[in-house]
Design a protein around this ligand. Sequence first.
Ligand SMILES: Cc1cc2nc3c(=O)[nH]c(=O)nc-3n(C[C@H](O)[C@H](O)[C@H](O)COP(=O)(O)OP(=O)(O)OC[C@H]3O[C@@H](n4cnc5c(N)ncnc54)[C@H](O)[C@@H]3O)c2cc1C
Length: 489
Amino acid sequence: METFDVVVVGAGSAGAAVAGRLAGDGMRVLLLEAGGPDTDPDIRDPGGVFRLWGGPDDYNYLTAPQRHLGGRRLHWPRGKVLGGSSSLNGMIFVRGAAADFDGWGPGWSYAEVLPYFKRLEDFDRGADDYRGAGGPVRVISDYTPHPVNAAIVAAAVEQGIPFNPDCNGERVDGAGFCQLTIKDGHRHSTATAYLGERPTLEIRTRARARRLLLRGRRCVGVEYTRDGTPYRVGAEHQVVVSAGTLESPRLLMLSGLGDPAALRRHDIPVAEKLPEVGRNLHDHALVPVIVAARRPVPPALPGLQAMHSQLFWRSRSGLPAPDVQPLFFHIPLYDEEMTGPADAFTLMAGIVRPESRGHLALTSADPDAPLHIDPGYLQAAADRTCMRAAVELCRELARADALKEWAGGELYPGDRDVSEHIARTLVTYHHQAGTCAMGTVVDHRLRVHGVEGLRVADVSIMPTVTSGNTNAPAIMIGERCADLVREDL
Ligand SMILES: Cc1cc2nc3c(=O)[nH]c(=O)nc-3n(C[C@H](O)[C@H](O)[C@H](O)COP(=O)(O)OP(=O)(O)OC[C@H]3O[C@@H](n4cnc5c(N)ncnc54)[C@H](O)[C@@H]3O)c2cc1C
């Protein structure tokens, strides 16, 4: 059997960082990616982001009907391409609040993960106590924002929310302009950042892992298919599963690592009892407040996407970190049941410390079968309260004097009942997490409980999702995993 030192499954935000760093040290690394190369021009063009969703590089998942959303099923895009979701995402770069990392496990406090955040980035304002320069991922902040995005930030400041020039600096709270993973006007995915020329790195695209190869309690390799042909590859030292929040638990379960009763239902022999695989699924959520513009809205700026301002705010006192993160778009985000003028803009009310928890399950032992995905949106009453507060905050901003120049009148929710508007229009913030959680599925060194030679490194290991966008933390997890692998050599 062909053998490498390390086999990494998934070339996404975390997996590309793991593979790139280990190969950079001279280890023989095989990186298996289910999707194809990142050649679509819309991946490179920051303005092309929305055209990617629903396209050939998107897994296009569909959730189970959501009880608190009137039985709606939500579309979840995820990147099936080199770079994974970092090739399809909104390019917003947020580490999260320092308090997010407390409680993840030994070695993961903010003070301990800060060096990884610093080492992964090349921040355009340079390095300081909190920021890094010279790392692989370009992060930009010094650009001229769209005037509508700028006016919404001014509206927030008018409402008493302080301007924060760096949400990845000392504190996250406040309003400001998004930092973006864009380099020279192009998206800077992790494929671009980490997977350049490396002699000991072999990348196989359209190579989908279907099963982990276990010998006793040790993971010794991976079985994958490429163009319909099955292959087996060995890992002398380590297999790292970085297939994302939905596919990492699937791969574990297909390999007999999961809840015994659930595995038996699909005639999968149990290799290790890990009842929490697939549980603890949770996500951030967004609800649109759409405002008609009083005058024509200038077109998008070249080299930028439509959403590049945001704020972090606390809906109540006593929280360790902001629970509300609205995101502002200078375009209207009408869904299929909405109508309105083209000159309009959107304040997306976002909640980022959800209490609701759902689960993910196999529907069959066939790796190509759809997954049962139930994030349990708004199951917790606290999340419903928080989302209402987020929507009301966005409505207040839209009425502020600073926005008078742009705001005509509120189109959505308008005079509709706010709770009904939330149930009818809530969408994912794309930050699904938690299905191979640190503590229950992996230990604090990302090793799968009860199995040697196997780690999981991606957003699925977050016991609790960070209270911000998840790309930067995913890359940090990949960087840290590379160190953990090295330390075990
Ligand atoms: C539409 C969208 C917009 C987003 N916007 C932002 C944003 O603006 N800012 C932000 O911070 N975050 C954003 N996110 C979230 C962020 O991008 C993700 O949380 C992050 O990329 C997840 O990283 P990951 O490594 O866990 O998984 P992914 O990056 O999804 O990587 C998983 C990889 O594994 C591959 N894979 C899966 N199964 C297999 C298999 N069996 N065999 C081989 N390969 C496999 C996949 O094809 C994929 O390439 C967005 C996400 C999406 C989907």
